[in-house]
Ligand binder design. Sequence first.
Ligand code: ADP
Ligand code: MG
Length: 316
Amino acid sequence: DQLISQIAAGEVVERPASVVKELVENAIDAGADSVEVRIEGGGIKRIVVSDNGCGIPKDQLALAVKRHATSKVSNLDELESVSSLGFRGEALASIASVSDMKVISRVAGEDAFSIADGEISAASGNKGTRIEVADLFYKTPARRKFLKSEGTEAAHCQTVIERIALAYPEVAFLFVANGKPIINLPASSIEERLTRLMPRDFRDAHRALDIKAPALRLYGWVCLPTAARSRADCQYFYVNGRFVRDKVLSHGVRMAYQDVLHGSSQPSYCLFLQMDPHKVDVNVHPTKSEVRMRDSQAVHQFIFHAVEDALARTTI
Ligand code: ADP
Ligand code: MG
């Protein structure tokens, strides 16, 4: 079982940033409105994620760190319409199999308990959950060799947190690397969150949009292309709060930009699509951010028109 877990871990845990992603997503699924991530040594030495969410009851701690144990989906019908970020019940078990992991949690009105190495003990802590991951990949040195420098791994962690933070402006985020605060975001509106996280030249040339159609809504910012702006690193697309890279969706955006792009300029955007969870399948792969949609042509058209209108509204 240990071996199976380590193999499965390869799917979910590629580097410290994958651990950060899974733990922060769990915090959001737990209803936290404040999430703190602290890393040391690029996250290889230590990652601590604390939240003020619902916590894990003592009698569910052992189950939470087991493979395929999830509290989020209880039948096949629910699997069709997952709205939580996690639903596979793989992350904690996978992380535990390739690190030294300790979970400390407290449910409102109860005492705090911890679990490490299958051992449950009394602990102290605030309401919510704190997960400490030390010495990532020390059990699988071959995998550890593929990691980059601590600075690069820390930067990947930061990217992952910023990506999630964009979709959850109502949640406060703190990210500290080697004792140094890197991200400190108060809970805010989406406008303020975008203003904080988007590069300055994007902010200065953005158009906000918010378009609704039956069972579809697209909102966020698109950036008018400028001569100075040819970066491809500012393309964020979310479906129901989940960051995705999807050919159909990004093609819809690109088509809308066709007439306004010049030279080597790239579309820059941060867009949030809300749609009926029954009509979109995010269950394709645990880490690859593809989606499968029913009516993908209609969604493509909707995005195309919404972005085209926003870009045409005014020119700079
Ligand atoms: P999944 O998120 O796919 O359900 P995980 O392995 O990530 O699987 O987590 C297993 C279970 O542990 C979750 O279903 C949830 O019940 C519990 N859990 C994990 N992290 C937290 C957290 N931060 N707060 C509350 N419960 C959590
Ligand atoms: Mg999870």
